[in-house]
Design a protein around this ligand. Sequence first.
Ligand code: SF4
Length: 290
Amino acid sequence: MIKDALLSMISLDYDHMIMAAAGHQAEAILEETRARYKGGYVLAVEGNPPLNEGGMFCIDGGKPFVEKLTSMAEESMAIVAWGTCASWGCVQAAKPNPTGAVPIDKVITNRPIIKVPGCPPIAEVMCGLVTFITTFGKLPKLDHQGRPSMFYSERIHDKCYRRSHFDASQFVEEWDDTNARKGYCLYKLGCKGPTTYNACSALRWNGGVSFPIQSGHGCLGCSEDGFWDKGSFYDRLTTIKQFGIEQNADEIGMAAAGVVGLAVAAHAAVTAAKRLRHRPDRPAHKGKPS
Ligand code: SF4
């Protein structure tokens, strides 16, 4: 699909990773594209511009990347911010952010920006977005954060194949414990699936082969704004109220244990009553047989 999109659907005029040209020839193609397709091209950006020291932390083609970005954005129809770096800032914008790295929308404010976060974004999502724009000639519907709704309207948690274990309060408690081998939910080990919007659990990765949770590791929330500065990847979310009765996983676990305890106690009481009823020194029951 990606091959078809690249070779048959779009004209990819500039990409320094895969284009044959290099150096001045490559930069000339960029200028040519800007002049020839004024207002008619989509600028897809990876990474983000560092603004401190006049942008000198990222020099591209002999000048600060931020200059190249603003120049190409000026004549574009729309901008696609590929990945969490371009969409939110990501690790190079982590505190204390010495280079002053900022997401694209902090620099470009007068063009439509489609955010496709993920570290990295899913190939099928990228391809799906390009296909949509070329097929329908318009930009897709975006959510309030500027992400295509068709790919970012559901949480990892909503389509996670371990969700039934979450709902049944069956959690992995420690790495490689018995519950981990049973494929139980990774919530207690820090899985951010309940607060992360992306299509990983629906599309998976590498042609649908797998995704982090399927490999036994919780979701890091890499497509969410600020995920890199929100503490350890293994800290549990403490604020989700997913159980319908305002309880967290521990409380649910305790409640379940309490119910089991009650059931055991009730069973023991019934058994004791039956035993008592059948004690030889107790008078035989005169009523209806039970
Ligand atoms: S908490 Fe994580 S592992 Fe558990 S069901 Fe949700 S997304 Fe899946």
